[in-house]
Design a protein around this ligand. Structure first.
Ligand SMILES: *Cc1c(COP(=O)(O)O)cnc(C)c1O
Length: 356
């Protein structure tokens, strides 16, 4: 158990309009901060007023990007309770990221305690409008002032929170996806399985290119042969072909999404066959041409489930399911959001309450 010190703000902010939140625009009154020093370990856990950090310009995170992050949400239920969705999975994933980044690990219980403590202090920031939630962003930065290349000897673990709106303010709109065949996101031995800022920095050029072509997101192919589909922007990707549901295996190059994992568990419990074998983009295009590409959707904490309406690979533009959300996609969306917002029974035992 962390011994968290509380220094609460005397100047709470005015709350934004919960009907108009957008994503990542507003931040709550406080943040959780904990320091790490080589030889001493993690120490000085505290909740302090939200505000700028003071860092040495030589702090290693600025130069060599030694950093990791997570993303999860707190949901307000119809009974006015607040709950998290599988936060221990985020904690476990951050341990895996940190190992790869040579960042000291944060025990699962401490990570979950930090998130719960912050949400508890910020309970009035957990919005009550349909589809809204409090997005929680835990992250670790290397803050030692040192320009030699080696792992930092000091770190900060910080948790901030941001009330966010319904991802689809005008109902679920299928997204347009561009299959990137030039840039790659990950390759075996690299950091594709981690949630680190560097992966995103390296993805911006492709995202910009996709946007310029009129597409909202990029679907990445594997970095070696540019042949197998991996994932989409900040989402994992599923394909329903002739009744079977495919998603890329998460061995090294694909981020092991918690929404992805939850979808696979739900689909299997409903009797669907889920294949985690590698799937070639050519097989997807052929399935489309044969009328067998039934549904495509992305999964991630921000949007939960995002139907894909258009998929473009080279010169082929596939319009999937008439640009409408598919049956399985809709069922997953309804079930997952139902569990997350406490509107249907959590038979999988995925949610955990925050004491408010
Ligand atoms: C966070 C993330 C996902 C989705 O993971 P969830 O745990 O479902 O939110 C997928 N791909 C990438 C690259 C990500 O960073």
């Amino acid at each position: 158990m962390l011994n968290i010190k509380y220094e609460l703000t005397k100047n709470p902010k005015e709350k934004p309009d919960f009907n108009n939140l957008g994503f990542g625009k507003y931040y709550t009154d406080h943040m959780f901060v904990m320091d790490y020093t080589e030889g001493k370990g993690w120490h000085d856990a505290k909740i302090v007023p939200y505000g700028p950090l003071s860092l040495d310009p030589a702090a290693m995170v600025f130069h060599y990007a030694q950093e990791s992050f997570e993303g999860l949400k707190a949901y307000r239920t119809p009974n006015n309770e607040i709950q998290l969705f599988r936060p221990e999975k985020n904690a476990e994933r951050m341990i895996n990221t940190n190992k790869r980044m040579c960042i000291p690990e944060i025990p699962v219980e401490d990570f979950v305690q930090a998130c719960k403590a912050l949400v508890s202090v910020e309970k009035d920031w957990v919005p009550n409008v349909d589809g809204t939630s409090l997005y929680i962003r835990p992250f670790v930065i290397a803050d030692e002032a040192h320009l030699g290349v080696r792992p930092s000897l000091t770190y900060k673990f910080i948790v901030i929170a941001s009330p966010v709106g319904a991802y689809y303010s005008t109902g679920i709109n299928p997204v347009k996806i561009y299959v990137e065949d030039e840039y790659v996101r990950a390759a075996p031995g690299l950091t594709g399985f981690t949630k680190c800022g560097g992966n995103y920095a390296a993805s911006l050029a492709a995202q910009t290119k996709g946007h310029d072509l009129g597409y909202e997101q990029v679907l990445w192919l594997d970095g070696v042969e540019r042949k197998y589909v991996e994932e989409v922007g900040s989402m994992n990707c599923f394909f329903k072909i002739d009744g079977t549901i495919y998603t890329a295996p998460t061995v090294g190059t694909v981020l092991p999404g918690i929404t992805r994992m939850s979808c696979i568990e739900l689909l299997k419990s409903w009797g669907y066959t889920v294949s985690e074998e590698r799937l070639a983009i050519d097989d997807i295009i052929n399935a489309y041409k044969n009328g067998k590409l039934e549904e495509v959707f992305g999964t991630g904490t921000a949007a939960v489930i995002s139907p894909v309406g258009t998929l473009r690979y080279e010169d082929t533009v596939c319009v999937i399911n008439d640009n409408k959300i598919g049956e399985v996609t809709q069922k997953l969306y309804d079930t997952l959001t139902g569990i997350q917002w406490g509107k249907i029974a959590d038979t999988m035992n995925w949610t955990t309450k925050v004491e408010a």
